[in-house]
Ligand binder design. Structure first.
Ligand code: TPP
Ligand code: MG
Length: 576
């Protein structure tokens, strides 16, 4: 191995592989089942590439790795203790799975050879087979049975995790293999010969039909969900929408389209779908839901890779949608090629010029009216107490829109995207599709870790209930001095469920006022600033006066920017 130290133990070899794949960080909570690997990371690897990131919960470690991958498009590692650590990690692994985000989860087990086990803990912490705990929501898991088989196993894991559709993988290392001395030389593979496969492109008829239908359509609509995971696809979608004046409905799995673009019709689904004659959907996880108000005459094209990664256990594939032309293709090569071909249809485009200009004009008028509507609503609510969501978002927009920011997390209804100008590739990291609360704070921290030193300001909108699952994330933020601003959307409630209880009450004729019992986080109110201080993170607020927002948010943004440290602003808000 060129220039590398010679690995002495099995776990040194794992570190060599992590280095060879440029894994920058390994987030972990310590455990004896990987004490060999832990030693190798620090003393053989020099605690660099990967650098150990200590987390106070395995869910934090894996969620950080998730956030990092959302920014970088490639994985970092999370290392979790045997059975017990893995159990804590499961929620975050599942979340990464539903968002098709790569995470390399490593762990220890055993010794599998029972005569080598200590009595007690080694038995209660060993499973046959440990990977089964997460097998239904990782793309692959493995437990190499010898030091010699570690490289192939790792290479396969990395390649599977990072081949579209991407997903987490789990590698489990027997303590004995980690701690065993290497006898002789283990050949280190030439990684260039195990690279990822070329991307999947559509056949000719996919392009021909899509182009013909687009040129024939009077009211086409684009629906995109995770297109924005690649810059080439993001740019091509903008190009396509602008070329033909097509409204875009952004499902938010990623930032698929500039949030304030005149052709962004997210929020006006009914208006555009009810008159659409063609929908071109790209990478939509729940197409059936997205097309709710579509007229039955409209044709539907769906370009996606969804069917390549389906498991029976979790039904995260949603209801089947009716599609006239399903195309299996990777949008990051399909969309640029589609746009290139469309631009070459010069005579057809010239013939359609008037119709396209008319459409552009109509759409522009429709959007302006809609914008006036919600701006008026924001103005009306502007002085209400607790603080209205729209007031908070418009204040954030005033401060952030001329800065280089990245939105790492969002509020329940994603209305901040009506105010915040997210116009660049990956400037918003996407909607939480997974539904498992507790991930927002560590995921945002992982994103901020990936962007540390980039000059970008990472800002997340942080629901209070979600925060309370993993507040210890703040310790990691403080210790590693990771600049991140979390703006608490503190409605003092697990509010989502108040709505459910309200529905139940009405349905059953029971007292609606009881809907808050077991749901509101009040009496006492949580002192978030105090919690932050306890982890040596600067806290601002609680902000209860709408007119204090501007000053306090400005102060917090400057603090995070200038001091390059994390901070929390507690904003006491209305429910939604
Ligand atoms: C792990 C987990 N536990 C419980 C739930 C059910 N649940 C969904 S939303 C929600 C409320 C979350 O409260 P908060 O984060 O404050 O957001 P809010 O609805 O108040 O905006 C809960 C408890 C869940 N989705 N995931
Ligand atoms: Mg809440």
């Amino acid at each position: 191995m060129n220039g590398r130290r010679k690995p002495e133990y099995g776990s040194d070899l794992i570190v060599d592989l992590l280095k060879a794949f440029d894994i920058e960080y390994a987030a972990l909570n310590p455990g004896s089942s990987f004490r060999g690997l832990h030693d190798s990371l620090v003393n053989y690897g020099g605690n660099r590439q990967p650098e150990v990131i200590l987390c106070c919960h395995e869910e934090v470690a894996v969620s950080m790795a998730y956030g990092y991958a959302r920014v970088k498009g490639r994985p970092m590692a999370a290392i979790v203790h045997d059975i017990v650590g893995l159990q804590h990690a499961t929620m975050a692994i599942y979340n990464a799975w539903t968002c098709r985000t790569p995470v390399i989860v490593l762990g220890g087990t055993g010794p599998m050879d029972t005569v080598k086990r200590r009595s007690g803990i080694d038995w209660t912490h060993t499973a046959l087979v440990q990977g089964e705990q997460v097998r239904n929501y990782v793309k692959w898991d493995d437990q190499p049975a010898s030091i010699e088989s570690i490289p192939e196993s790792f290479i396969r894991a990395y390649r599977l995790a990072t081949t579209e559709p991407m997903a987490p993988v789990y590698l489990c290392y027997d303590t004995e293999i980690q701690e065993k001395k290497i006898d002789g030389e283990i050949p280190f593979p030439d990684l260039r010969r195990y690279g990822p496969p070329l991307r999947i492109q559509a056949p000719e008829e996919g392009f021909e039909n899509t182009i013909r239908w687009l040129l024939e359509s009077r009211h086409p609509v684009l629906v995109a969900d995770s297109v924005g995971r690649a810059e080439a696809a993001f740019d091509a979608l903008v190009g396509l929408a602008e070329l033909l004046a097509v409204p875009v409905l952004d499902q938010g799995g990623r930032l698929n389209f500039p949030s304030l673009h005149p052709l962004n019709f997210t929020g006006q689904e009914k208006e555009v779908l009810s008159r659409a004659d063609l929908v071109v959907a790209v990478d939509v996880a729940n197409l059936h839901g997205a097309l709710g108000s579509l007229s039955s005459q409209a044709k539907v094209i769906h370009v996606h890779l969804n069917d390549l990664l389906v498991r029976s256990w979790s039904q995260d594939y949603d209801k089947l949608a009716e599609v006239d032309l399903p195309i299996l293709a990777d949008s990051q090569i399909f969309l640029p090629e589609l746009l290139r071909r469309l631009r070459e249809e010069k005579s057809a485009l010239a013939g359609l010029k008037d119709a396209i200009d008319r459409r552009r004009g109509e759409l522009s008028a429709m959007r302006s009216e809609w914008v006036r509507g919600f701006q008026e609503e924001a103005r009306k609510k502007s002085n209400e107490k607790p603080i209205a969501a729209l007031r908070l978002f418009s204040e954030m927009a005033q401060i952030l829109n001329d800065q280089d920011f990245v939105l790492t997390n969002h509020s329940a209804r994603l209305q901040e995207l009506r105010f915040l100008n997210c116009s660049r590739f990956n400037q918003f990291l996407g909607r939480r599709r997974f539904g498992g609360v507790g991930n927002s704070l560590p995921a945002s921290l992982g994103a901020a870790l990936a962007l540390k030193g980039s000059g970008k300001i990472c800002v997340g909108i942080q629901p209070d209930g979600d925060f309370l699952f993993n507040p210890s994330t703040l310790w990691t933020a403080a210790h590693y001095e990771i600049p991140l601003l979390m703006v608490l959307f503190n409605n003092r409630s697990y509010y989502n469920d108040e709505e459910h209880q309200g529905v139940m009450a009405i349905h059953r004729g029971r007292p609606v006022e009881n809907k808050t019992i077991g749901i509101r986080i009040e009496k006492p109110d949580v002192d978030f600033v105090h919690i932050a201080r306890g982890y040596s993170v600067r806290g601002f607020g609680p902000v209860t006066e709408p007119n204090d927002l501007n000053r306090i948010l400005k102060e917090a943004v400057s603090y995070v920017k200038e001091k390059a440290q994390p901070a929390v602003v507690d904003v006491v808000t209305q429910n939604r």
